[in-house]
Design a protein around this ligand. Structure first.
Ligand SMILES: O=C(O)c1ccccc1N[C@@H]1O[C@H](COP(=O)(O)O)[C@@H](O)[C@H]1O
Length: 210
């Protein structure tokens, strides 16, 4: 079954709703310009509210190493997600597994990206939108994803209940990641959309016609 990460959680009740609906991971955004930004104390409270076996992912965009260390000292994060121009050495420097986000547009060599970030747990593929590092609700052309990559693919960018079945059937990613598509407003999740999204993932994983 394709794993599910729901990102941009700002409230403990939303984190719990994700877990209860069957999400495998939640994402906490440590990027101050984002409308989904959380401070460390808030993130620690959200992480503590989670039941066992739900992974917490911390998202950063071109952070200073001290910023990541400061968050790690206060919040239990299982995985780091780097969404900027961080080098492989920087990403690997915290002793915590990481995902590298790549903003996909025509001409991006994803095979080379997977080789460059070979120590990552996976490549998270998001839409390239000029001037915005992510969380845009925009999707990209999934045909740009090579059939074979040396890292697991986490598909993101504009996923929502209405397109996730097709996304899974076409891309067959290791995991999907959604933020805008399950929101009621920026940073506030919609429980019905989360349930519909997860149902869509399950449907997309089944053989067609079942
Ligand atoms: O969520 C944000 O505000 C954000 C800010 C900066 C970088 C990434 C961000 N979110 C991530 O973007 C992708 C796609 O999100 P969406 O579903 O299209 O809204 C996802 O990985 C979010 O975690």
């Amino acid at each position: 079954m394709t794993r599910i990460k729901i990102c941009g959680i700002t409230r403990s009740e939303d984190a719990l709703a994700c877990a209860q609906a069957g999400a495998d991971a939640i994402g906490l955004v440590f990027y101050p310009p984002s409308p989904r930004h959380v401070v460390a104390a808030q993130a620690a409270e959200i992480a503590r509210a989670l039941p066992p076996f739900v992974t917490t992912v911390g998202l950063f965009v071109n952070p200073a190493a001290e910023q990541v260390e400061a968050v790690l000292n206060k919040v239990h994060l299982d995985v780091l997600q780097f969404h900027g121009d961080e080098s492989p050495e920087f990403c690997a420097g915290f002793g915590v597994p990481y995902l590298k986000a790549i903003r996909v547009k025509a001409g991006v060599d994803l095979v080379q990206c997977a080789i460059r970030y070979q120590k990552a747990q996976g490549l998270l593929l998001d839409a390239y939108v000029e001037g915005t590092p992510g969380g845009t609700g925009q999707s990209f052309d999934w045909e740009l994803i090579p059939a074979e990559l040396s890292l697991p693919v986490i598909l993101s960018g504009g996923l929502e209940p209405a397109n996730v079945v097709d996304a899974i059937r076409r891309v067959r990613p290791w995991a999907v990641d959604v933020s805008s598509g399950v929101e009621e407003s920026k940073g506030i999740k919609d429980v019905a959309k989360i349930a519909a999204f997860i149902e869509g993932v399950r449907k997309g994983c089944k053989p067609q016609g079942v």
